[in-house]
Write a protein that binds this ligand. Structure first.
Ligand SMILES: NC(=O)c1ccc[n+]([C@@H]2O[C@H](COP(=O)([O-])OP(=O)(O)OC[C@H]3O[C@@H](n4cnc5c(N)ncnc54)[C@H](OP(=O)(O)O)[C@@H]3O)[C@@H](O)[C@H]2O)c1
Length: 397
């Protein structure tokens, strides 16, 4: 029986994680559920999974959650402990009764609890990519020191993790990450000036949270994955290639030194990598569609267009630069994507704001979570100023 805390239980990865738990009740029990603002869904999850502790973003969220539980008629005695804030997120991740943490809060808000879970030697299923993009060195040093088991949930890294089991790390030549190419794969470069948030949110193959979906449209997400892969598997950026594969069935490939390439193939369903992160090194039956090899099919592989998707190139450059560059990259992107989704800036301004923030923020060494959060904060301040300067629909902040 594994005891879990799910960070970001109300999100896309969080609900998929709880579906895996739902189907394997005899293997998993839930200790902690952590959400941001969605108390309606959290209350339903409390009712179904009976965690010991539930955490929300703010104390106001605790009041709303209490009212919701009352409304649902849950007797007080059956309520979990209700908490809010960053210290509570850490506490439910490091509690001694927890052996596994699924890290699926979106953004840098997920960093500290994930880092502390790692420091406490937990098994961590890592979906939150900002943890490694912002704090890769600190986090991987903690993995080495604590002996924590860090298993990637992101489908590409999960695929690479599986392919790497086939050989010795010394025999690996390169990693190939696939990308669907997003909704603008076939959109001419000039037409990108006027694309809308609705178009950017129309991902061809995956259903995910809003920020990551826009990041898929700009290929920023793939850039983050390159950075993540470098940290997770100890690659130089030049050893990681990106290949556009619109069908999203091959998630990653590992090329070994003899030229042999192994690919990981599965349906576009996050429950498979989530379950793998929970069961590794074992495997068990997963409720995901299977590929029907009796049907004829065509899978395409194309090089990425770095001109059309300059954020992908910027991600490689930031990882080469090292230090705090990738932390700034992530912070600026979060601000720019938020402004785009709110209709305050046009699509091309996402790149302009991110690249200008990266070029203007002086780099520094990030030796602690506090350093990362401060760098993140300062980068956001600058990115917000750049948003305000470009805003097509300015709002008063
Ligand atoms: N979705 C995927 O298929 C996928 C694949 C690979 C990697 N990832 C990564 O996994 C992470 C989660 O992605 P997602 O698609 O699941 O995002 P999502 O659907 O937007 O869910 C985000 C979750 O984080 C919670 N949250 C946000 N801010 C919080 C805060 N300050 N404190 C506590 N909880 C907070 C949200 O709570 P409320 O909703 O209650 O506010 C929600 O539960 C991201 O880093 C993403 O890049 C996702």
């Amino acid at each position: 029986m594994k005891t879990l805390t799910v960070l970001g239980s109300t999100g896309s990865i969080g609900t998929n994680t709880l579906d895996v738990v739902r189907r394997n009740r005899h293997h998993y029990q839930v200790y902690g559920l952590v959400a941001g603002r969605n108390v309606e869904l959290l209350a339903a999850q409390i009712l179904e999974f009976r965690p010991k502790v539930a955490v929300v973003g703010t104390s106001d969220g605790v009041s709303r959650l209490s009212s919701k539980l009352q409304e649902l008629g849950v007797p007080r005695a059956d309520w979990p402990e209700l908490l809010s804030g960053d210290a509570a997120k850490v506490a439910v991740s490091v509690d001694k009764s927890v052996d596994t943490v699924i890290s699926a809060i979106v953004g840098v808000a997920g960093l500290e609890a994930t880092y502390e879970a790692i420091r406490h030697g937990k098994r961590v299923g890592l979906a939150n990519k900002e943890t490694l993009v912002s704090g890769g060195k600190l986090v991987m040093d903690a993995v080495r020191e604590s002996g924590a088991l860090l298993v990637p949930v992101d489908s590409e890294h999960n695929g690479a993790h599986q392919c790497l089991r086939a050989g010795n790390r010394k025999e690996v030549a390169r990693l190939i990450l696939t990308a669907s190419g997003g909704p603008f794969r076939n959109t001419p470069r000039e037409a990108l000036d006027s694309v809308t948030p609705e178009q950017a949110l129309n991902h061809p193959t995956w259903k995910m949270g809003k920020r990551i979906t826009v990041d898929c449209a700009t290929l920023m997400n793939k850039g983050f994955e390159v950075i993540e892969a470098c940290w997770l598997f100890d690659f130089a950026p030049s050893e990681v290639d990106v290949v556009i594969h619109p069908q999203s069935k091959v998630h990653a490939m590992i090329e070994y030194s003899d030229g042999s390439v192994l690919a990981q193939i599965s349906a576009t369903d996050m429950r498979m990598p989530i379950q793998y992160a929970l069961t590794y090194p074992d495997r068990c039956e997963a409720p995901v569609p299977r590929i029907d090899w009796s049907e004829a099919r065509q899978w395409d592989f194309l090089p990425p267009d770095f001109q059309k998707f300059p954020l992908l190139k910027l991600a490689y450059q930031c990882q080469e630069t090292g230090g705090s560059a990738t932390c700034t990259l992530n912070a600026a992107d979060e601000i720019a994507v938020e402004a785009f989704l709110e209709g305050r800036i046009a699509y091309p301004s996402i790149y302009e704001i991110v690249s200008e923030t990266v070029s203007k923020m002086p780099g520094r060494n990030l030796l602690a979570v506090a350093d990362i959060l401060e760098m993140d904060r300062e980068s956001r301040v600058l990115a917000r100023q750049l948003v305000a300067a470009r805003a097509v629909n300015p709002v008063t902040v």
